[in-house]
Design a protein around this ligand. Structure first.
Ligand SMILES: Nc1ncnc2c1ncn2[C@@H]1O[C@H](COP(=O)(O)OP(=O)(O)OP(=O)(O)O)[C@@H](O)[C@H]1O
Ligand SMILES: [Mg+2]
Length: 234
């Protein structure tokens, strides 16, 4: 379980997050909504040690992790899938997956590969294809697959459906739900598509200019007039 308390992040004089608190559980999907520049990516990066925090605390399975180097946080089972996917474009699908294994806690990458190929059959079919030759949806599945190779118990997903066609978006979001329900992975999901995200989410928060302006069950949020107006285009 992930517990974030009063987390604040600054970039020089710019305050990106102010006293943000949230918790996320294994097997559950916690949705983070917010407009451009609200601080969503900063939140995920601060939790996973990619950027420093000004104040606050973050514990993962009871252990304080703020200030720990990013690779040690991955080794504890907490993995970020960044918004740009950050694949190695000139490496094959298989090579990208094996790099994920070396980043994390995986001891038996053969068995882990089989699990990922079961979960994402397209990656098995295209194991020898270079990453830049994959479609956008396939690249995102590869980014998920690579993250799963590090044997996470919690995944932080930064706008996984960005740039994808609606049908592919739906398929990808269904995979996120399967990650939580079938693999019992906790998910902290930053999404632009609030309808899709709240549809699979258990609970959620809204970030506005670096502060949490709303939190609740995903079903309550989907029914809220404020959310409908701001994020669901209704
Ligand atoms: N490296 C940086 N240096 C300075 N300011 C930054 C940096 N990264 C982000 N910011 C600022 O911090 C604030 C939060 O940015 P962040 O990227 O976390 O927002 P976001 O909610 O992820 O936005 P988006 O929806 O566009 O991805 C913004 O005002 C942004 O301009
Ligand atoms: Mg962002």
């Amino acid at each position: 379980m992930l517990v974030v308390e009063n987390l604040s992040v600054n970039y020089g004089k710019i305050s990106a997050l102010r006293e943000v608190s949230l918790s996320a559980k294994r097997g559950c999907i916690t949705v983070v909504l917010g407009s451009n520049g609200a601080g969503k990516s900063s939140l995920l990066k601060a939790i996973t040690g990619q950027i420093p925090s000004e104040a606050g605390s973050v514990t993962f399975d009871g252990q304080p992790i703020l200030g720990m180097p990013a690779h040690r946080i991955v080794a504890l089972g907490l993995t970020l899938v960044p918004d740009g996917r950050e694949l190695f474009p000139r490496m094959t699908v298989l090579e990208n997956l094996l790099l994920g294994a070396s980043a994390g806690r995986s001891k038996n990458s053969r068995a882990d590969l089989d699990e990922i190929f079961d979960f994402f059959p397209v990656l098995a079919r295209k194991r020898s294809t270079l990453a830049h030759g994959l479609s956008g949806g396939e690249q995102q599945m590869l980014a998920f697959g690579r993250a799963i190779m590090s044997k996470p118990t919690m995944l932080l997903l930064d706008e996984p459906t960005i740039g994808l066609a609606p049908l592919i978006e739906r398929e990808l979001i269904d995979r996120v739900l399967m990650l939580a329900r079938d693999l019992d992975i906790g998910i902290l999901l930053v999404e632009q598509n609030a309808t899709l995200a709240l549809g699979i989410g258990d609970s959620g928060i809204v970030l506005e200019q670096g502060e949490i302006s709303m939190r609740g069950l995903a079903s309550e949020m989907a029914a809220s007039d404020r959310i409908k107006q701001a994020y669901l285009g209704m």
